[in-house]
Design a protein around this ligand. Structure first.
Ligand code: SF4
Length: 493
């Protein structure tokens, strides 16, 4: 069994590999906690940006902590959750700020709080214990299941919220008065005061863009890559997407000079991150200048209808071996219904450009289980994928559709586990030997669905499921027993 010395050695080895770590003396400390392991967390641009920002607030220092790689080993060894920078107990900090990316990370939050030795329910913590604040991408859609556990939730873009939160904590030492104060400030949801009434998501001032990495490390999924956001938001209107134009007023662009100037000289690999990076009108210029400077490049969101010969050529020069894009709907008919503008001709062109520039393959993201989808739509995907695979080796990443709040498709039902599995089987059978089909789990997509559509009670049910072992059967049982209004969700057989 691993002991503290081994965990400390792992932490220190990771710190040694980092460039950009902030060690700061201050009278007050935030434990910035990511409810997934280090190698996932450090690929999160939002987490990195808030780390830099909080460390810039007068009188405060932010130190990071992560869900341990092996939670059970950590628990068995009775190790506390500690911060990396100062090896401080998370429970001894003035404030704990979680960055939560998506629904299933709720269980990581449970584990982090319990490893920190804190009561999970906000109502059971005392004013002597740190204030627990949640933020992150999940808050753009449905943070309600965080409600029983968070004292405060920062909704949406966090740049200004993070600063005003720390200033409010400085200004108001009394916990109840602090919560009352935060409840009056735009962008903060205080579950104990607001109940299920969520405030609108916050929008940061454009002068605070671009978000960018603070730390570069080889020990992440995006190895040694410096992340930067040349645009925020999206001007398109795909009806299933949380980041569509209605969320925060469309795409905000950053000029190429500002993007380039923000990248440190030592950086060799640059990831351009955003909801719709290739919609930036100057994307080719940004990529060209990076590649001409000898940098390797990654882009988080390649839209097939924005790919040109020049851009794909630059990506190939910048180290791309597989071109990854999404069509999301199985057929042209479905893509029209969800207002996804990608057409077959765009995907064929993407495949041809990838081949022409010597790439080894094309990866396409798809959803199955969209409303009104039939076997004919799946058959069209089989037929079209077969055609594409004759141009270049093709892999399909297939995820079941999960309706999100804050989107036009909010409230749409889950297609059903058996139904989704049947569709996946139809796809696999039709493409066997021709296309690499990589589906995500229909069962766990259902769990994501009950959390994406659930209310505060869904958070309590999630804890019951987690404490009952966290198996799919435990989740099904926990939600089957939930009689609350918001969980009039189809419990799938
Ligand atoms: S799916 Fe992509 S293109 Fe469509 S609205 Fe969302 S971010 Fe924009």
């Amino acid at each position: 069994m691993k002991g503290f010395h081994e965990f400390r050695a792992q932490m220190r080895a990771r710190l040694d590999d980092e460039i950009g770590t902030i060690h700061r003396d201050a009278s007050r400390r935030v434990a910035l906690v990511y409810p997934s392991p280090y190698h996932v967390a450090m690929s999160s641009l939002g987490f990195q940006a808030i780390y830099r920002l909080m460390n810039g607030v007068e009188g405060w220092a932010a130190e990071r902590a992560f869900l341990p790689d092996d939670v059970e080993a950590h628990r068995r060894a009775q190790l506390p959750l500690v911060t990396y920078e100062g090896e401080r107990h998370v429970s001894g900090c003035d404030l704990i700020a979680f960055s939560v990316a998506y629904e299933l990370e709720l269980t990581g939050l449970f584990d982090c709080l319990s490893l920190a030795g804190l009561p999970l329910f906000a109502a059971e913590r005392t004013a002597k214990q740190p204030l627990v604040v949640c933020g992150g991408p999940l808050t753009f859609s449905n943070p309600l299941p965080l409600g029983p556990f968070a004292d405060v939730v920062a909704m949406g873009e966090a740049e200004e919220l993070a600063t005003s939160l720390l200033e409010a904590v400085d200004a108001e030492p009394d916990r109840q008065r602090l919560l009352a104060l935060l409840a009056t400030m735009p962008g903060f949801w205080v579950p104990s005061i607001h109940g299920e009434s969520l405030p609108p998501v916050a929008k940061a001032d454009d002068s605070l863009l671009p978000a960018r990495s603070q730390i570069v490390t080889p020990n992440t999924e995006l190895r040694s890559m410096f992340l930067i956001e040349p645009e925020r938001g999206c001007s398109r209107g795909c009806t299933y997407c949380v980041m569509r134009r209605s969320t925060n007023g469309g795409m905000r662009k950053v000029s190429p000079d500002v993007v380039l100037d923000a990248i440190p000289a030592h950086v060799e690999r640059v990831g351009l991150v955003g909801a719709a990076v290739t919609d930036h009108p100057k994307i080719a210029e940004i990529v060209r200048r990076l590649v001409d400077g000898g940098r390797h490049i990654g882009i988080s969101s390649l839209r097939a209808d924005r790919l040109t010969d020049e851009l794909v050529g630059l990506l190939a020069r910048g180290g791309y071996r597989t071109l990854t894009t999404a069509s999301d709907g199985a057929s042209e008919r479905l893509r029209v219904t969800i207002e996804r503008k990608t057409k077959e001709k765009h995907l064929v062109r993407a495949a041809e450009l990838a081949r022409a520039h010597g790439m080894k393959g094309l990866k396409l993201y798809e959803m199955v289980g969209l409303p009104t989808e039939t076997d004919e739509d799946i058959d069209e995907l089989v037929r079209f994928s077969t055609e594409l695979s004759k141009v270049i080796p093709l892999a399909l990443g297939v995820a079941p559709f999960v309706a999100k709040r804050n989107t036009p498709l909010d409230g749409a039902g889950y297609a059903g586990i058996r139904e989704v599995e049947d569709k996946l089987e139809r796809l696999r059978k039709g493409l066997r030997g021709k296309v690499d089909v990589r589906p995500t789990s229909a069962r766990w997509a259902w769990v994501e669905y009950v959390l994406a559509q659930g209310g505060i009670e869904a958070g309590r049910r999630a804890l019951i499921a987690h404490q009952a072992g966290g198996t799919f059967a435990a989740w099904k049982k926990a939600f089957a027993e939930d009689g609350s209004k918001r969980s009039q969700l189809r419990v799938v057989q």
